[in-house]
Design a protein around this ligand. Structure first.
Ligand SMILES: *Cc1c(COP(=O)(O)O)cnc(C)c1O
Length: 482
């Protein structure tokens, strides 16, 4: 019988680990949080972590390691060439993915640099289920273009489609026919599609994509950064795979792909990344870029300690009890918020709980960054920081006009195995309170606006003194509570 769901009662997820090392947290009073937010220019990226109670900005490089990972780090073999640590990692990749050749790289985007440099040329078109920021940049920098072939369901906020990350096969064929197969260096499938809310693709869909790639003779590349969540969803949502082990599902996925790459900041709860393949030709083509940009072939810019942690982390990813933790907590958080009327993206995905700011603060026009304003308000009332995923994260067009985003989301990421259920309940309570008082939240405007990646460094201010009204109401309802 499948043990994939660990719940008690009907819907309370149960942690299948205990905490043995803790880090003290600081929850400054709301008056200090407003000051911190002001200093950070209403941009959650610019907050100092000492002022943050729960850091829900990202799941990248902040997942909790296991005791076994920490122990492995002590055994690391620090040699420049021929490190035993590398051999261990390479064998683990061979065992799990069934791929003979492994190229190490310092993180996910470094893999994208190597793959794009190798395959993307002026005029190349890369079809994919959805883009990721760094993926798209590397393809564009090399003269190529991204074509997204997602289903219409992908961009629907509320849906009961279990696989919103699937590719639309008809659209994929259409992109290949329209652009000419000679201009398609590879098709890219992203597991657990990050930017549409950690939404998975099905294994059946990957089989269909493979069929098209075979028909046209095109390489299939898998971005496996968020594979752990996707594996959990295949097992729990795709009937055919209910009785297969995570290891078997992983192998079936890997066998369908020519190249697999990943950010180990997410997959395997470590830091680093890598590319694997069974093609010696592909390996030889990419190899020189590893030595040019990353480091020697037996470390690729990673510390040996991280490589040890990664080998163990990848093995732990084959454990249902390990990979269910993130998705189950996210589902719990989304369900609890929905019970209180808060609009969230459904079905709950991996990576984090996504709040629909377009509806939460429907009185704020997109030109005043509703998701940015909501992320700032959430920090002010709870000390939890999430990430804006909306118009602030877009770039102005060449005439200086705003590019309005399809969606205005606030992502509250759940780093794997990091927060307890009572901490999640706390955030849910505070967000529910904010929802009751949502009309108090106002818009934002830029005071310092960089022309590229403005969401990282840009500074904003409130369009009125709404932050002070929020504090006053908070004090009225919560007394002198933090
Ligand atoms: C994070 C991420 C990347 C980039 O990885 P880094 O390690 O941050 O460079 C690529 N693809 C996906 C799907 C990701 O989530």
């Amino acid at each position: 019988m499948s043990k994939i769901k660990f719940y008690y009662g009907n819907e309370v997820p149960l942690e299948m680990h205990k905490v043995r090392i803790v880090q003290k947290l600081n929850l400054p009073p709301i008056e200090q949080r407003v000051e911190a937010m002001e200093e950070a220019g209403y941009n959650t990226f610019l907050l100092k972590n000492k002022d943050v109670f729960m850091d829900m900005l990202t799941d990248s490089g902040v997942n909790a390691m296991s005791d076994k990972q920490q122990a492995a780090m002590l055994e690391a073999d620090d040699s420049y060439a021929g490190s035993t640590t590398f051999t261990k990692l390479e064998s683990k990749i061979q065992e799990i993915f069934g791929k003979e050749y492994f190229l190490p790289a310092h993180q996910g985007r470094a893999c994208e640099n190597i793959i794009s440099k190798t395959y993307v040329k002026q005029g190349s078109v890369v079809p994919m289920n959805y883009h990721f920021t760094t993926t798209k940049s590397h393809i564009v920098v090399n003269g190529g273009r991204v074509e997204e072939v997602f289903k219409d369901e992908a961009l629907k906020i509320t849906s009961d489609d279990p696989f919103k990350g699937n590719m639309d096969i008809a659209k994929l064929r259409d992109v290949i026919e329209t652009n000419g197969v000679e201009n398609i260096p590879f098709v890219r499938m992203e597991a657990g599609t990050n930017l549409i809310g950690g939404q998975p693709h099905s294994l059946q869909n990957l089989h269909e994509v493979r069929k098209v790639c075979d028909e046209y003779g095109i390489l299939l590349v898998l971005d496996a950064s968020l594979l752990a969540d996707n594996l959990h969803f295949i097992k729990t949502r795709e009937e055919t795979y209910q009785n297969k082990s995570i290891r078997e599902i992983t192998r079936e996925i890997a066998d369908l792909c020519d190249i697999i790459y990943f950010s180990a900041r997410k997959l395997g709860c470590a830091r680093g990344g890598g590319i694997c393949t069974n093609s010696k030709d592909v390996y030889m083509k990419m190899r020189e870029y590893v030595t040019l940009y990353e480091g020697f072939l037996t470390y690729g810019g990673m510390s040996v300690r991280e490589m040890e942690a990664m080998a163990v982390g990848l093995e732990e990813t084959m454990d249902e009890e390990m990979i269910n933790q993130g998705p189950q907590f996210i589902e719990y958080m989304s369900n609890e918020l929905m019970k209180k009327g808060v609009p969230v993206v459904t079905p709950a995905g991996g990576l984090g709980c996504h709040i629909n700011a377009m509806e939460f603060v429907d009185h704020i026009p997109q030109s005043e960054y509703p998701a940015g304003a909501l992320a700032a308000a959430i920090y002010i009332i709870s000390g939890a920081r999430g990430m804006e995923r909306g118009t602030m994260s877009e770039q102005r067009d060449e005439n200086g006009n705003e590019t309005l985003s399809h969606m205005e989301l606030v992502r509250m990421a759940l780093p794997r195995r990091v927060y307890t259920l009572s901490q999640i309940n706390y955030v849910v309570d505070r967000i529910a309170w904010l929802y009751e008082n949502r009309k108090l939240i106002g818009g934002l405007k830029f005071v310092e606006e960089p022309s590229v990646l403005r969401f990282f460094f840009g500074k904003l201010t409130t369009t009125s003194q709404w932050q002070q009204e929020l504090v006053a109401k908070f004090r009225e309802d919560f007394g002198d509570s933090l």
